[in-house]
Design a protein around this ligand. Structure first.
Ligand code: HEM
Length: 302
């Protein structure tokens, strides 16, 4: 055993943990401030959510060009759509983590705290430096980092390793499932669909896994459809099926400091997750039981 190596590892580990705790506390405090600011200031007027001088102002998005062979795309329709419109490099490659956050802020009106937190989290998962390193969009798809099973717009990676592939059948089902006015999606619709996907996915996928943080990513991503897109099927159709921002579209969240982590989680993502009936009625627990209970070789548990 090399004592100096052990000591350095312990010290470096401690320093990294302290840095991470301090960063998260600072982000959450700032986020709280932004949430308060949003509460006491009027929303931006309709038609002016994207600021003047920025691409997308007045609903005029730069030209949509679908990806070509060799371009990098990923499981996230929002990031792919930005690349398809040239709001990120069109080839989806060599993107700075800092550039990613800045673009999300301008295009989707998330708060600066959210726009730092998610790319920084991603950089940490990929063992890269948030400030200096870069990524290709496809790098985001490392399974069970953020990309996970049972999502609403992608077939599980067990069946489709290329997670940039748009799962048309799943998306068409999503687009048909709205029970809100004009068939738009509601929080209950997203909870219902997520529950159904978890059951189906566990039945079909022998490598199914969904830890708590992946459940939360799933419901947060679903919640994005309700917040930033207001659940509106008319906008979600091109966004999910072509990864295109429709002409005239702007984020439905109009707060001056954008959608904060606190508001997002407390008002939409967590309620969506906690309302998934299949998590408590035993259907997820039972799904795929024949496989796990040894039915195939006659060794049943009960
Ligand atoms: C750096 C920021 C972001 C990262 C790293 C990221 C990452 C991801 C990943 C890995 C997935 C796939 C999850 C899975 O289905 O397995 C995903 C899906 C998704 N993301 Fe993002 N995302 C980011 C920003 C955004 C933003 C700003 C929005 C909204 C405007 C958004 C909306 C969505 C939606 C709607 C899905 C599909 C959900 C589903 O299929 O169930 N994402 N994202």
């Amino acid at each position: 055993m090399h004592l100096s190596i052990v000591l350095r590892r312990i010290l470096l580990g401690l320093a990294a943990s302290v840095e991470s705790v301090l960063t998260n506390v600072a982000v959450l405090l700032l986020d709280l401030l932004f949430t308060g600011y949003n509460l006491v200031t009027p929303d931006r007027p309709v038609g002016q959510v994207v600021l003047k001088g920025h691409p997308g102002f007045g609903g005029k998005w730069p030209e949509y060009i679908p990806p070509v062979e060799g371009d990098s795309r990923c499981s996230c329709p929002a990031l792919n759509a930005m690349a398809n419109h040239g709001l990120l490099p069109r080839d989806g490659k060599n993107i700075k983590f800092t550039e990613l956050g800045a673009a999300i802020r301008k295009v989707y009106n998330f708060s600066p705290t959210f726009c730092f937190f998610v790319p920084n989290y991603m950089a940490n998962l990929l063992n890269r430096n948030y400030r200096t390193n870069r990524l290709d969009l496809a790098d985001i798809d490392v399974h069970n980092c953020i990309e996970h099973d049972a999502s609403l717009t992608r077939v599980d990676s067990y069946e489709e390793p290329d997670q940039s592939k748009i799962a048309t059948v799943l998306i068409e089902e999503l687009l048909r499932s709205g029970t809100g006015p004009g068939g738009d999606l509601t929080p209950d619709d997203i909870s219902r669909l997520l529950g159904k996907r978890r059951v189906e996915s566990k039945k079909r996928n022998p490598k199914y896994s969904l830890a708590f943080n992946h459940k939360m990513f799933g419901s947060s991503n679903g919640a994005n459809l309700l917040t930033i897109f207001g659940g509106r099927i008319q906008d979600l159709r091109p966004f999910l099926l072509e990864e295109r921002l429709p002409d005239g579209w702007e984020p439905r969240v109009r707060h001056r400091m954008g959608l904060t982590i606190l508001e997002f989680n407390s008002t939409v993502a967590l309620p969506v997750e906690l309302s998934i009936k299949e998590e408590v009625d035993g259907s997820i627990a039972l799904a795929g039981r024949e496989r796990y209970a040894g039915a195939r070789d006659g060794r049943k548990d009960d």
